[in-house]
Ligand binder design. Sequence first.
Ligand SMILES: [Zn+2]
Length: 381
Amino acid sequence: MSIPDLKTQLAELIALPSISSASPRHDMGNLAVIERLAQWLETLGFAVRILPLPDNPNKANLLATLGTGPGGLVLAGHTDTVPCDEQLWDSSPFTLSERDNRFYGLGATDMKGFFPIAIEAARTFLDTPLKQPLMILATADEESSMAGARALASQGFPKARYAVIGEPTGLRPIRMHKGIMMEAVRLQGRSGHSSDPALGRSALDAMHDVMTELVNLRKALQSRYQHSGFTLPTPTLNLGCIHGGDNPNRICGQCELQFDLRGVPGMHNDELRQQIRQRLQPIADLHQVNFELVDLMPGIEPFEQDADSDLVKAAEQLSGHQADAVAFGTEAGFMQQLGMETIVMGPGSIDVAHQPNEYLAHEQIVPAVELLRGLIKRFCL
Ligand SMILES: [Zn+2]
């Protein structure tokens, strides 16, 4: 039963690039990372399943299970990273570099570093009979489409009672975040000579009314939904960019507006999309332009785990911190869909993620292992 030590595992995972991106130019598979993890976990006695994504043979999720029985605890992380600007790094993003009591590398904190830590915690219990199984889950495509978590939710894996997603939170338990939708309104009118409005149908005039309606929707949502758990308690809707027309003396034939909408728990992305369509379609009809609402990304649902749930209570007790909210989105909603109590809690800081010289501070590692051991003891023994 021999696998590399924690630092060597981290070095090996960082040396296996697994960038995921909505842009095909940057996108890579994650199979090498999945296979390496599977090999280590199998050596330790976990039952390992590699679950390929239905529509992408280069990507897979991994579910490794130790012990059997009802319930169980899932320690979950994503295997992919964001792209990087290699020239801005002080050392290669794909080579583990140790300096200033930190491990530097792409994914060191977000979040390849979580796996060696989870494995280290699990090793303590290899010879202990577990009453409830311990699962290590490694997903694909969290940073781009969340296709990995989406596939799991539709396949019904994993089945357990509790899930901890080890995103970098400085080892503080997180029980809520807002949702994220990024959408485009596309209006297709007809161009014509500006001297007579009847010669065309202005997409810009229509978009003007669309924007007014979206601002009205924002006001309505903000007065209806407030959640005191967030620093900014209301949902937000940001009109982010607009493109349309080409010349002052031409009626604008087409116009596109992109916006994001971040809902608080209690709101649902599909319902919001429906509401937006209902509000905007009459405007399009009035202006006689063609209207489309397009998702620019699949969207992340708002997430909230009850403050008094077992997992939140246990995590608060073991970490010494009260459960809080974060500003970034995670796979937590998908884990909840599978029926698990879910929190986000892991080593490192989101502040150094997604940028050059990402690192995991040494001082986070031992407490992270201890924290996970505490959860395993609590929920698997
Ligand atoms: Zn992450």
